[in-house]
Write a protein that binds this ligand. Structure first.
Ligand code: SAH
Ligand code: DHB
Ligand code: MG
Length: 220
C-alpha cells in the first residue's frame, strides 16, 4: 500500500463518478490564483457532503470554515430552491474569494457568508433563533470542542454534524500537548464520547488529501 496508489484510486473514482465540472474547477483555480491554501475538501469528499445533505433532505445548512467556498458550493447544490446555507469565515480575503466563486456558481441567493471569528458569529445565529439540518465543522481545529457545543445549540433532533480532519495522519492518537490542532481534535472526540445528545462515529480516509478522516454524528 502506498500514497501514490491511494491518490490514483481516489482520482479513478472521481473521474468515473463525477461529470466534468467547470464550476468546481473554476473555484479551485480562483482559489489558487488568489493564493488560498489548497485545503478544501477533495472532489470525492465534496460529493460525499453533497450526497449526505441530499440523504438528509437538508433545507438549512451551517458550515464553519468557508475558505474559497468549495465545500459550501458542494453542500448548497443539495439544497431545495428555498434552502439556505450559512458559512462562517474569519478571513476577509477568503470570504471575498468565496463570494466571487459563489456568484459564479449562481448560488448567491442561497449562500450567506458571515465574516468574523466563528465564536463571534455563532451566538448571532443563536439569537436569530436559527437551527440547522446539517452542520459541517471545518475551521480552526483548536476550537473544535467549542464548535461542537455551538453545533448542538443550533441543532434539533436529526441534525447531522460532520467534522473534517479528525485523523491528521494518525496524530489523533498521540496525546501531544504541544500540538493545539491535535489537542482540539482529541477534546472534540472526548466531548463526543461523553455527550449523550449525539450518536456518532469517525471514519479514516486516504486519497488526494493524504491520510485523514471525518466524524459523523446525528443529534438524538
Ligand atoms: N470548508 C472549506 C475549507 C475550510 S479551511 C472547504 O473544504 O472548501 C478552514 C477555513 O477556516 C479557513 O478559510 C480559515 O480562514 C477559516 N478559519 C480559521 N479560523 C477561523 C475562525 N476562528 N472562525 C472562522 N473561520 C476560521
Ligand atoms: C488543514 C485544514 C483543513 O481543513 C484540511 O482539510 C486540511 C488541512 C490545515 O489547516 O492544514
Ligand atoms: Mg478540512
Amino acid at each position: 500500500m502506498n500514497i501514490s496508489l491511494w491518490n490514483d484510486v481516489d482520482i479513478y473514482f472521481s473521474s468515473k463518478l463525477q461529470k466534468s465540472d467547470p464550476i468546481m474547477n473554476s473555484i479551485l483555480k480562483a482559489n489558487a490564483e488568489a493564493g488560498l491554501p489548497a485545503i478544501d475538501v477533495s472532489p470525492n469528499q465534496g460529493k460525499l457532503l453533497y450526497l449526505l445533505a441530499k440523504l438528509k433532505g437538508a433545507k438549512n445548512i451551517l458550515e464553519i470554515g468557508t475558505l474559497g467556498g468549495y465545500s459550501s458550493v458542494w453542500l448548497a447544490r443539495a439544497l431545495p430552491e428555498d434552502g439556505h446555507l450559512v458559512t462562517l469565515e474569519f478571513s476577509e480575503k477568503h470570504a471575498k474569494v468565496a463570494n466571487e466563486n459563489i456568484r459564479n456558481a449562481g448560488l448567491e441567493n442561497q449562500i450567506e457568508i458571515m465574516i468574523g471569528p466563528a465564536l463571534g458569529t455563532l451566538p448571532i445565529l443563536k439569537k436569530r433563533l436559527l437551527s440547522f439540518d446539517l452542520i459541517f465543522i471545518d475551521a480552526d481545529k483548536p476550537n473544535n470542542p467549542e464548535y461542537l457545543k455551538w453545533a448542538l445549540e443550533l441543532s434539533k433532533p436529526g441534525t447531522v454534524i460532520i467534522t473534517d480532519n479528525v485523523v491528521r495522519n494518525g496524530k489523533v492518537i498521540e496525546d501531544d500537548p504541544e500540538d493545539s490542532n491535535v489537542q482540539g481534535i482529541r477534546q472534540f472526540i472526548a466531548l463526543l464520547s461523553e455527550e449523550s445528545r449525539i450518536d456518532s462515529t469517525a471514519i479514516q480516509t486516504v486519497g488526494v488529501k493524504g491520510y485523514d478522516g471525518f466524524a459523523l454524528g446525528v443529534v438524538k
